[in-house]
Design a protein around this ligand. Structure first.
Ligand SMILES: [Cu+2]
Length: 176
């Protein structure tokens, strides 16, 4: 099951790129402005990336001011198939390593630990990696990650295989 809007946009783009395409309907701004359609499609593509039966949504990395520091990445992994899958590992060219971390409360203290066996992505579920919960830790970033930029992240799944996701870099929320 793909996002019908994304498919419609893709079809629109294909139609817009054909030199002998029939005149665009006057009420369709995406066909009239191919550059705008391209930008919209790029935005959607960065929001929902299909990997086999999986779909990555809302990928983002928080800005990280210093080289050598630790960055953090969040995303939602939806499993649209009928087989359980598992995120085995991740890596990025911008960091020494990437670990899958979970947060837990122990004796009133928030701790995080690496999930050595990876992260289960059950069939039909959408697993959210979000602030305060499971996340990807970018250990030893090679240079500052600046808001507005993009970081590429490779995800390796047990069944869906490997794929690279473009992760927009977002500004951190100021501390409350
Ligand atoms: Cu962590």
């Amino acid at each position: 099951m793909r996002n019908p809007l994304l498919l419609a946009l893709a079809a629109t783009l294909l139609a817009a790129c054909k030199p002998a395409a029939p005149p665009a309907p006057a009420d369709n701004p995406l066909i009239e402005k191919p550059a705008a359609a391209m930008a919209a499609a790029a935005t959607l593509a960065s929001v929902e990336t299909p990997i086999g039966d999986l779909q990555v949504r809302l990928p983002r990395v928080l800005e990280t001011p210093m080289a050598g520091a630790t960055g953090v990445a969040f995303l939602v992994i939806a499993n649209l198939g009928d087989q359980d899958d598992r995120l085995l590992s991740a890596s990025s060219p911008v960091a020494d390593s990437v670990e899958i971390h979970e947060m837990s409360m122990a004796d009133g203290v928030m701790r995080m630990r690496a999930l050595g066996d990876g992260l289960a992505i059950p069939a039909g579920a959408a697993v959210e990696l979000a602030p305060g919960g499971t996340h990807l830790m970018l250990i030893g970033v090679h240079e500052p990650l600046v808001a507005g930029g993009t970081v590429s992240l490779e995800l390796r799944f047990e069944k869906a295989g490997a794929a690279t996701v473009a992760m927009p870099v977002r500004a951190r929320q100021p501390a409350p």
